[in-house]
Design a protein around this ligand. Structure first.
Ligand SMILES: *Cc1c(COP(=O)(O)O)cnc(C)c1O
Length: 354
């Protein structure tokens, strides 16, 4: 039986669950942007894709995407850039890079579940430091864990998922200063917050900034990137698969970067909606709304399970956080959609509260 030869710890894992939805449902569970390019731009993109040489291996050395990313997001000269098939792939290979025997990974909890998953996959001990109940960072606890455990790798999502809260910048800086190992500042939601560590990428040698195009409208492209100190990035380059990026994604991503005006309009719309949704949620009886710097809002309700069901009854899928961590008791995570979509969510939640 081949199964008998597969690692028992992997056999005991559950696969990452991706919801499959009928077309008439509202999908607000995965921080996808509800907007796409207007038709004229879609047609331009189609032409660009048609002229992409899919008969050739994508040569990373020929790719103009890293330079385009550098321009679009002001990534400093001193940082080297790596591309990943989604930042998920980069999280995986960064974890592999540091997974020496006995190496530890430090994560905050609750945070992005893939950090711990990769620690488990590569046999690293994962140390979870709980956030405070308002989802802010417990700096003394993190610094204590850094000092006593000497983690090889620390993941900080800034802003954090699934809470939406951005930690105080000075606290993240304190963690970077205290750590001997690599600190990955995961800015998947950086476009929605007012702040970034990209400008520092490459200067403290132990800082690596991780970003993605997924949460700004291009989840389907699977395009993540990392910016960090050359010495570290050179090691990472050794273990990335040689052709990990496909040429259609590279073409489409570069097209997107050439139309950042449209992308930024969408981001602005979502930020306006975040403000409106935040205020409206606060008006609903019994709802606690956590301040978000991302394109989702996490709320605590009197009965998250019932509210989740009520949303499902209305063909709206959000993320039920309840049950995944004690600090997330009775919490739901609402991806910000179009004004009409957000109104639909508000109306169901207001009904179930009254
Ligand atoms: C969504 C998300 C990612 C993964 O993004 P991809 O680039 O789509 O793989 C990484 N980190 C955090 C914190 C996320 O929320």
């Amino acid at each position: 039986m081949p199964l008998d030869f597969i690692r028992p710890d992997i056999r005991a894992m559950n696969a990452y669950h991706v919801a499959r939805l009928p077309a008439d449902w509202l999908k607000l569970d995965a921080m996808e942007v509800p907007y796409t390019f207007p038709t004229a731009l879609q047609n331009e993109l189609a032409t660009a894709l048609a002229h992409t040489e899919i008969n050739r291996y994508p040569n990373p050395a020929d790719s103009t995407l890293p330079a385009a990313l550098r321009r679009a997001f002001a990534i400093p000269e001193q940082a080297h850039i790596a591309l990943g098939n989604g930042s998920d792939e980069l999280i995986q290979f960064i974890s592999l890079l540091f997974a020496r025997a006995g190496a530890k990974m430090l994560v905050l909890e609750p945070s992005f579940v893939m950090y711990r998953r990769n620690a488990e996959l590569f046999g690293m001990e994962c140390i979870g430091v709980p956030l405070k109940s308002d989802f802010s960072l417990d700096l003394p606890a993190v610094l204590e864990a850094v000092k006593t455990q000497q983690p090889a790798l620390i993941f900080l999502a800034y802003p954090n998922n699934p809470t939406g809260v951005a930690f105080a910048r000075a606290e993240v800086e304190a963690v970077i200063a205290a750590a001997q190992g690599l600190v990955v500042v995961d800015e998947a939601y950086g476009a929605f917050s007012g702040d970034s560590f990209l400008a520092q990428a490459g200067t403290p040698e132990n800082l690596l900034v991780l970003r993605t195009l997924s949460k700004i409208g291009f989840a389907g492209l699977r395009l993540g990137y990392a910016a960090g100190a050359p010495a570290v990035m050179q090691e990472l380059a050794k273990i990335l698969p040689p052709y990990n990026m496909n040429c259609l994604s590279l073409t489409a991503a570069e097209f997107a970067l050439n139309h950042m005006d449209v992308v930024n309009q969408h981001i602005d719309l979502l930020k306006q909606e975040r403000k409106r949704l935040f205020a409206a949620l606060q008006e609903i009886n019994g709802v606690t709304v956590f301040p978000s710097q991302a394109n989702f809002i996490t709320v605590r309700l009197p009965d998250a399970e019932a509210a989740y069901q009520k949303l499902c009854d209305n063909k709206i899928l959000v993320k039920k956080l309840h049950g995944s961590h004690p600090l997330l008791a009775d919490c739901l995570r609402l991806t910000i959609g179009t004004p009409a979509q957000n109104d639909a969510v508000l109306s169901v939640l207001a009904q179930s509260a009254s």
